[in-house]
Design a binder for this molecule. Structure first.
Ligand code: 13P
Length: 253
C-alpha cells in the first residue's frame, strides 16, 4: 500500500515573526532545492500562520494549525475555528497533542470532537496518541493507545483522510528515545486496530512518529515498516536539522 511519507514540523509556542520568517524561508529554500518525495508540513503558532501563508505560497510546503476549536464560530473567546485555519491556508491541524491533553485538560472525548470538527471544516486532522511513562512502566502502553483510538471511530467520516501521530509522552522534548522496537510495536498495533475497524481504508491512513526525532535517529525510525513519517518538535526549529530529517526519509513506494 503506497502511503506518501509525511514530515510535520510542530513549532509549538516558539517563533516571533522575525524568526518565523527566517525559519520558514530557510525550509522553503531547502525543500525547493531538493527533489523531495515526501509531504512537508509546518505548524507554526497561530500568530505566525498568516505570515507563513505568504512565505510558503507557491512552494510544496503546506501549513497546519496546532489546535482548533470544536465549535464552528461564535462566542468562544480565545479559540480558533477550523474555517479560520482554512482561511489562512491550512490543510492540516494537529489535534490532541499530549501537551494540550496535559495543559488544557483535553480528554479523549474532547479530542474526538475536535477531530470531527476538523473533518467538518475541511481540514485533515493529525490526531496524537501516546502513553505516559507511568502507563508504559505499568505495561499499559497498547491499552492506553487503543482507548485513545477507540473514541475516534464513531466520529470518522467514510474513507477518512486521517493522520495518526504516535507520540510517547516520555520521549517528547526529553531527548529520551523510544527504541525502534518500541516504536514499531505500537505502530504495528495502531495499523492492526485501524484495519480491524476500517478494513482496507485503515491501510491508507498514515501513522507518523513523534518524540525526540533528530537528524541522527530519523533514518532508523523512518525505515520501520509501519512508520509513515514524523512529527518533529525541537528539531523543526532549525532549518538545517529539519532539512536533514527530510533527507532521511526513504522512498517507501
Ligand atoms: P520533540 O521533537 O521536541 O520531542 O517534540 C515532539 C512533539 O511533541 C511534536 O509534536
Amino acid at each position: 500500500m503506497a502511503r506518501r511519507m509525511l514530515i510535520v514540523g510542530n513549532w509549538k509556542m516558539n517563533g516571533l515573526l522575525e524568526t518565523a520568517r527566517e525559519l520558514a524561508d530557510g525550509i522553503v529554500a531547502g525543500v525547493s532545492a531538493r527533489a523531495v518525495g515526501c509531504e512537508v508540513v509546518l505548524a507554526p503558532p497561530a500568530t505566525a500562520l498568516h505570515l507563513l501563508q505568504q512565505r510558503l505560497g507557491g512552494s510544496a510546503v503546506k501549513l497546519a494549525g496546532q489546535d482548533l476549536s470544536e465549535h464552528e464560530c461564535g462566542a468562544h473567546t480565545g479559540e480558533i475555528g477550523g474555517i479560520m485555519l482554512r482561511n489562512v491556508g491550512c490543510w492540516y491541524v494537529i489535534v490532541g497533542h499530549s501537551e494540550r491533553r496535559a495543559d488544557c485538560g483535553e480528554d479523549n472525548d474532547r479530542v474526538a470532537r475536535k477531530m470531527a470538527a476538523a473533518f467538518r471544516d475541511g481540514l485533515q486532522p493529525i490526531v496524537c496518541v501516546g502513553e505516559t511513562l507511568e502507563e508504559r512502566d505499568q505495561g499499559r502502553a497498547l491499552e492506553v493507545v487503543g482507548a485513545q483510538l477507540a473514541v475516534l471511530y464513531p466520529r470518522l467520516p467514510k474513507r477518512p483522510s486521517l493522520v495518526v501521530a504516535y507520540e510517547p509522552v516520555w520521549a517528547i522534548g526529553t531527548g529520551r528515545n523510544a527504541s525502534p522496537e518500541q516504536i514499531q510495536e505500537v505502530h504495528g498495533f495502531i495499523r492492526q486496530d485501524l484495519c480491524a475497524r476500517l478494513g482496507e481504508d485503515g491501510r491508507k491512513i498514515r501513522i507518523v512518529y513523534g518524540g525526540s526525532v533528530k537528524p541522527g535517529n530519523a533514518q532508523a525510525i523512518f525505515a520501520l515498516e509501519d512508520v509513515d513519517g514524523g512529527l518533529i518538535g525541537g528539531a523543526s526549529l532549525k532549518s538545517a536539522d529539519f532539512l536533514a530529517i527530510i533527507d532521511a526519509v526513504p522512498e517507501k513506494f
